[in-house]
Design a protein around this ligand. Structure first.
Ligand SMILES: [Zn+2]
Length: 331
């Protein structure tokens, strides 16, 4: 299902930029062609329309890329010296905290940028239906082409236990990215809706579907800058009870998948009263059930404020867990 409507950052970017391009074009056309209607003198109109394009386009750059980069930065700051040295060597940068954090943040978005060309879209999620139990994780992952299995495979490659057919640099980039993806609840659940891509919402922080809201809209509402967000979450981690912090950093990819799935069930589908659909995997939203595509969600401030701590905890857990995986694999 690599042709999913909006399951990746580059799709979202291009879609957002198309939308922003349309409105910017409309605005520029208004400034240029409707002579009498424009309140601005001709010599200022070009700069005003360019400024409008820029301002309107800004939300397009604060998507789930922020989430991925934040997870990478948190993980970088919890690496052991040995693991950090190996990460620096694999990514080809100097072994300093700042250089490794920047390289990991950059690596974290590469799998989304390349997934269309490499036909690896299926590696980014797992389609667990709302009827599935935890045991269905293996069954819903044919050929190990799902996020859960890919985390295990790339971890094992970096630990020297197996080869997946890609180099260590790519294995590391995939691992950094997929630990982020598996903590996005809508990458671990599906309700005949392409994991929330088929439910429209009134645009919020540039997100116009339920999936996009969870990919980036709520993250952007917390803070759209990964440097700031990572620093904010580091102080949150420092305030956590040490036993809690240690508990959060543990678990297996299967357990993280199931935890994410349960968040999707409770905080997304149940809380928003999305109609429960029988197991079905449409290839596009055009073939999704009508009650899903016609469903109009009301996302209010109460919901957003309740979900911000959920996203905060998922980003924090992802960062701590990624660090632990790397510390164990790259000794
Ligand atoms: Zn992804």
């Amino acid at each position: 299902m690599s042709n999913r409507d909006c399951k990746n950052i580059s799709d979202i970017h291009s879609r957002c930029l198309t939308v922003t391009g349309f409105w910017s074009g409309w605005y520029a056309a208004m400034l240029y062609s409707v002579e009498g209607a424009s309140p601005f003198p001709m010599r200022y109109r070009r700069s005003i329309s360019l400024l409008a394009c820029y301002l309107i386009a800004i939300p397009g750059f604060s998507w789930w890329a922020t989430g991925h980069r934040t997870v990478a930065r948190i993980a970088a700051s919890h690496l052991t010296p040995a693991a950090r040295a190996r990460v620096a060597q694999i990514l080809g940068v100097r072994d300093t905290p700042a250089a490794v954090a920047a390289a990991m943040a950059k690596a974290s978005v590469w799998p989304d940028e390349t997934k269309k060309a490499t036909h690896t879209g299926e590696w980014h999620y797992i389609d667990l239906t709302l009827q599935d139990g935890k045991r269905a994780i293996r069954e819903r992952c044919p050929g190990e082409n799902c996020v859960t299995a890919r985390i295990e495979l790339f971890r094992d490659q970096l630990a020297g236990r197996k080869s997946t057919g890609v180099g260590d640099r790519d294995a590391l980039r995939y691992l950094i990215h997929f630990v982020g993806d598996v903590h996005q609840p809508l990458h671990a659940a599906s309700n005949a809706d392409l994991s929330g891509n088929c439910e429209q919402i009134r645009p919020f922080e540039g997100a116009d579907t339920l999936h996009a809201l969870w990919d980036g809209g709520i993250v952007a509402a917390i803070n759209p800058d990964d440097h700031v967000l990572a620093r904010h979450l580091e102080s949150y981690i420092a305030r956590l009870d040490p036993r809690e912090r240690s508990r959060w950093s543990r678990g297996t990819p299967e357990e993280w998948t199931w935890e994410s799935h349960q968040i999707a069930r409770q905080d997304v589908y149940q809380r928003l009263h999305v109609p429960l659909e029988p197991p079905f995997f449409p290839r596009s939203c055009r073939t999704a059930p009508d009650e899903i595509t016609r469903f109009r969600l009301v996302i209010d401030d109460l919901y957003l404020n309740d979900m911000k701590p959920v996203i905060r905890d998922q980003l924090t857990k992802a960062g701590l867990r990624l660090a632990r995986l790397l510390n164990q694999a790259l000794r």
